[in-house]
Design a protein around this ligand. Structure first.
Ligand SMILES: C[S@@+](CC[C@H](N)C(=O)[O-])C[C@H]1O[C@@H](n2cnc3c(N)ncnc32)[C@H](O)[C@@H]1O
Length: 301
């Protein structure tokens, strides 16, 4: 009898664990669909998201070339491709590149910005990739894997990758700092207060970004894998671009949904505080932004 009760509780625990994982995953898919279906958000995203990191692209392309021993790279797949920001720069390295995203609106913007004729786009979820078995040389996911139901995405990745095909998932930390003449301290006070405000709208997916994809790295069911953290990337941005970048964060979109006025005020006040520090040159000056990227690489053998 005791044995039966233990078995029953074990089954119940397993069911609860499965239920919690499945529900959380569904919540993220619903959130992503809801958030990225907005056309206005796709435009803001395309305009203000930080530029593609050439450092990360070099790391990925070198890894794939090394693992595939110089064989011709036929197919690249960019999953959660958004507006195609990483899909296009991957194009010169592959015969064909396909970008897939769960959001039709993101895919429409991506199609409008496509200039390469070996690139195409399709609406599809990361959990069911529209590719044949063993047909892909690289599966890339830029700033996107934290949205996916990762165990299903990894199963699909392993299914579609050729032998010695590679997976690359990467992103940047939502915390960064500004360097500018002797005003860095004052500018960083404003910046960190703004990031603190946005952090109130963090969801559990931001945890993946804050721990630089440690949990994603650990969950990849491939033996040959690498986790590169704290990759320094420095870019230049103006104050309007920094304020635009806040708008491109999904935390800001959640803020807007909960309190439109508060969210608009937040942008205006943050901009004014930067302007007070920088004076007349505020709108034109380029500030140095120090960011931290991370990248997880894996190879199927
Ligand atoms: C932050 S954006 C990154 C877009 C692009 N990779 C980039 O670097 O700009 C995250 C993207 O993941 C997509 N996404 C979220 N969940 C997804 C899923 N389960 N399957 C496919 N795409 C998904 C969203 O629609 C969104 O376009």
């Amino acid at each position: 009898m005791q044995k039966d009760a233990n078995s029953f509780h074990r089954i119940l625990d397993t069911f609860q664990d499965f239920y919690i994982r499945t529900t959380k995953a569904k919540v993220h898919i619903i959130m992503a669909v809801h958030l990225f279906k907005k056309r206005t958000y796709s435009s803001v995203y395309q305009k203000y998201m930080v530029p593609v990191s050439s450092e990360i692209l070099n790391i990925i392309v070198s890894f794939v070339k090394e693992k595939t021993d110089g064989r011709p790279l036929k197919m690249g797949l960019d999953v959660g491709c958004g507006t195609g920001r990483y899909t296009l720069p991957l194009a010169p390295h592959f015969e064909k590149v396909l970008g897939v995203d769960i959001s039709e609106s993101q895919i429409n913007v991506a199609k409008q910005h496509t200039t390469a004729n070996n690139v195409s786009y399709m609406v599809a979820p990361a959990e069911k990739l529209p590719m044949k078995d063993t047909s892909v040389d690289l599966v890339n996911a830029a700033l996107a894997a934290h949205w996916f139901t990762t165990d299903e995405f990894f199963d699909e990745t392993i299914r579609v990758l050729k032998t010695r095909g590679c997976l690359a998932v990467h992103g940047f930390s939502p915390n960064f700092d500004i360097e500018y003449k002797d005003l860095s301290h004052d500018l960083n006070v404003v910046l960190s207060e703004a990031l603190d405000t946005l952090s109130q709208y963090y969801d559990s997916i931001v945890e993946h970004m804050l721990c630089q994809y440690r949990s994603i790295y650990e969950a990849i069911p491939l033996k040959d894998k690498e986790w590169i953290t704290d990759i320094p990337v420095r870019i230049q941005m103006s104050v309007p671009e920094i304020v635009g970048l806040f708008q491109s964060f999904y935390m800001y979109q959640t803020f807007m949904e909960k309190d439109v006025k508060g969210a608009e005020e937040f942008l205006i006040q943050t901009k004014e505080r930067f302007q007070d520090i920088l004076g007349e040159e505020a709108d034109s000056v380029q500030l140095n932004i120090n960011m931290k990227y991370y990248c997880v690489l894996a190879c199927k053998h």
